[in-house]
Design a protein around this ligand. Structure first.
Ligand SMILES: [Zn+2]
Length: 87
């Protein structure tokens, strides 16, 4: 599976997103789905996230995906980071 994971696939999960300025926040994937077009991918959503501290958009430094049981999936996290570096 590539980094372009559809949000709908991880709808039950939460993201822990760290901005380049160091500000961290948690986002429910279901909240992102409500604001994004259908079939949006995770990297699309991250590119549109705006930091509430520095106001930059898509300045994501780190992402962790939490499953329902609270574990993060580090392989996926690395894929997302690689995706952000490409754009
Ligand atoms: Zn920021």
């Amino acid at each position: 599976m590539k980094y372009g994971t559809f949000l709908s696939i991880i709808a039950e999960h939460r993201l822990y997103v760290v901005c380049a300025c160091g500000h961290a926040r948690e986002v429910a994937v279901s909240d992102l789905i409500e604001r994004m077009p259908p079939e949006s991918r995770l990297c699309d959503a991250l590119a549109r996230l705006r930091c509430c501290r520095c106001r930059r958009r898509g300045a994501v430094d780190e992402v962790r995906i939490y499953w329902a049981d609270g574990d993060s999936m580090r392989a996926r996290e690395d894929q997302v980071r690689a995706a952000l570096k490409k754009t």
